[in-house]
Write a new protein. Structure first.
Length: 94
C-alpha cells in the first residue's frame, strides 16, 4: 500500500517529535505548486486529514491564489532578510 497525500502529511507531522510539539505547532497545511490547483484537492485534503488526526487538533488547509509561485515568493522573502545570505551561505551573482 502506497501512502497518499493525507498519509504523507500525517507522517510529516508525527516526524516532528512528541505529541506536545505536534499540538503546539500543527494546525495549518499550505498547499503549494501547480498541482495544488487540482479541482477539489484542498477540500479533500481537509476531509481526509480530519479522519486521520486526533479530533482535538485543528485542521486548516490554505492555498495562495497562485500556488505555483508560493515557494519562489517565500524564498525571495527569506533572501531579503538582513544577514540571511551570510548565515546560510547563499550564493548570489555578486
Amino acid at each position: 500500500h502506497q501512502a497518499g497525500l493525507p498519509e504523507l502529511v500525517k507522517q510529516a507531522i508525527f516526524a516532528v517529535g512528541s505529541e506536545e510539539v505536534w499540538r503546539m505547532h500543527f494546525g495549518t497545511v499550505v498547499l503549494c505548486g501547480a498541482l495544488a490547483r487540482l479541482p477539489g484537492l484542498k477540500q479533500r485534503l481537509v476531509r481526509e486529514l480530519r479522519q486521520l488526526l486526533p479530533a482535538r487538533w485543528p485542521v486548516r488547509v490554505v492555498m495562495e491564489e497562485e500556488p505555483e509561485l508560493s515557494v519562489w515568493r517565500g524564498a525571495a522573502a527569506l533572501a531579503r532578510e538582513p544577514g540571511i545570505q551570510e548565515r546560510y551561505g547563499f550564493i548570489t551573482r555578486e
